[in-house]
Design a protein around this ligand. Sequence first.
Ligand SMILES: Cc1cc2nc3c(=O)[nH]c(=O)nc-3n(C[C@H](O)[C@H](O)[C@H](O)COP(=O)(O)OP(=O)(O)OC[C@H]3O[C@@H](n4cnc5c(N)ncnc54)[C@H](O)[C@@H]3O)c2cc1C
Ligand SMILES: NC(=O)C1=CN([C@@H]2O[C@H](COP(=O)(O)OP(=O)(O)OC[C@H]3O[C@@H](n4cnc5c(N)ncnc54)[C@H](OP(=O)(O)O)[C@@H]3O)[C@@H](O)[C@H]2O)C=CC1
Ligand SMILES: Nc1ccccc1C(=O)C[C@H](N)C(=O)O
Length: 467
Amino acid sequence: MALPISLPPGAPAAPASGAGPLTVAGAGLVGSLLALYLARRGHAVQLLDRRPDLRLRQRSEGRSINLALSDRGWRALEGVGIADDIRQVSIPLYRRVMHDRQGQLTGQPYGAAGQAIYSVNRDQLNRTLLDLLEARPGVQLRFGQQLQRLDLAGRTLHLRDVATGRDYAEPYTELFGADGAFSAVRGALQRTDRYNYSQDYLEYGYKELTIEAGPDGTWALEKNALHIWPRGQYLMIALPNLDGSFNATLFFPYEGPTSFAALPDAAAVTAFFAAEFADAVPLMPRLAEEFFANPTGSLVTVRCFPWHTEGVLLLGDAAHAIVPFYGQGMNVGFEDCTVLDGLLDAHGDDNWPAVAAAFEQQRKPNADAMADLALYNFVEMRDRVGDPRFLLQKRIENKIAALHPTRWVPLYTRVTFSHLPYAEAWAAGQRQDAVMAQLMPHIQDEADFDRPAVQARLAEELAAAGI
Ligand SMILES: Cc1cc2nc3c(=O)[nH]c(=O)nc-3n(C[C@H](O)[C@H](O)[C@H](O)COP(=O)(O)OP(=O)(O)OC[C@H]3O[C@@H](n4cnc5c(N)ncnc54)[C@H](O)[C@@H]3O)c2cc1C
Ligand SMILES: NC(=O)C1=CN([C@@H]2O[C@H](COP(=O)(O)OP(=O)(O)OC[C@H]3O[C@@H](n4cnc5c(N)ncnc54)[C@H](OP(=O)(O)O)[C@@H]3O)[C@@H](O)[C@H]2O)C=CC1
Ligand SMILES: Nc1ccccc1C(=O)C[C@H](N)C(=O)O
């Protein structure tokens, strides 16, 4: 039975043709970029978000998380002409810098000379996308509108105006679900027949903290690096901001002898940090205050399929939320936008079912691979990067790559500095890992690599792995 439809004041009227605007749910990073891609193709677009317009907030309010942006994300931003603007407000990070308990530092480059991941401010990136959208004709931004429920058969959105609490319904023609890891659009798909869905929470949470700028606005740690305090079962990281501060994030068990539960008060937090992160503590004067004021975030991997049903397509975290340890979640979501744009070129803008089917077919294996890679990098970051043998292995890998540049590309490079499908990057990385596992027992230091016996072994293992 058709539901009564009531349009709120300001909602876009359906054009005379009968086809309404395309609807994007979620004005976060992916939804905003997607809306921009769609608007550039000439579509009328409405973008809905449950939150108020973040551009109306004071810059100091809210969480100022920064994100690592890499090649896939940059390509997507280039596609809408804003990569250069964002580059101006980003900080290149050329290497990891590891801090041990004594404050000794070791470094590991991310790629070849000049290759970097970039620290960007989430809010600033989102604001830039929204400003561009607002400047385009045919785009309507509707903030404070929360999707409560979706009637798939009736193609109806059930929305709440958050400010007034008023509930209302309205029709949609095509709906893009970019409403994040806890997506309401996905919630409706989950209730359809034979829908596959899983969510896996880590037993870890994350806490954001601040490493303050020096008095003259300089960076108290190496600016062009991502800092890691690997501690085996947990870790802290820090990425720089333009104002000289760093956003630090502690990834820490919820329960157990070393956990959030075991740090009930300021004295316990201060003593723990003094023992584990001694070199960072003098740079974190608001540590205890922030530790209890800031929320503890959970870490989840969401896998689901299909991503589309008639009139609806999921993208970004709504389709594939991953744990943050590779710094790729937004990059995957941005790559979704580039891929969708290419499929619209190939299939035409009036053939949504074909585009949506091709999109999920192409993206699902890659999103799954990236989910696995993100979990793999958790162990690397919290544990392996603190092991001198692992750092030696990375140096040996670079030697192999230099010797066989067309055959051997480090996994990190394939994921971060290439556009190779993630699934292919992951498969190649696993083959290379198998070779390293055979080779490393014969290597004690870098000089060993040139020994004829080691070179012979390498040739044998490369052949066996089909590399
Ligand atoms: C600690 C942490 C660190 C990270 N670091 C990185 C990094 O360095 N690099 C990287 O690439 N990725 C990183 N990520 C991942 C990245 O944040 C996400 O992948 C990215 O934000 C996904 O964008 P999105 O637009 O899909 O979802 P979101 O950014 O979550 O946006 C969803 C939007 O939908 C809105 N919304 C939600 N529900 C509704 C509803 N019912 N009705 C209407 N609107 C709704 C929300 O208000 C929000 O604006 C990190 C994630 C975490 C948690
Ligand atoms: N993959 C991951 O592990 C995670 C990824 N993210 C991503 O990070 C980005 C920024 O996140 P941020 O804006 O801070 O989002 P939040 O963590 O603030 O979550 C936004 C809203 O989602 C709902 N929510 C939060 N946690 C849960 C949960 N465990 N179960 C159900 N609903 C929940 C809450 O809505 P309500 O008010 O209705 O309770 C919350 O207000 C987003 O892209 C998000 O997708 C965020 C957290 C974890
Ligand atoms: N942005 C992040 C957020 C949380 C955890 C890690 C990252 C990273 O970027 C890690 C980086 N890619 C690394 O491998 O060193």
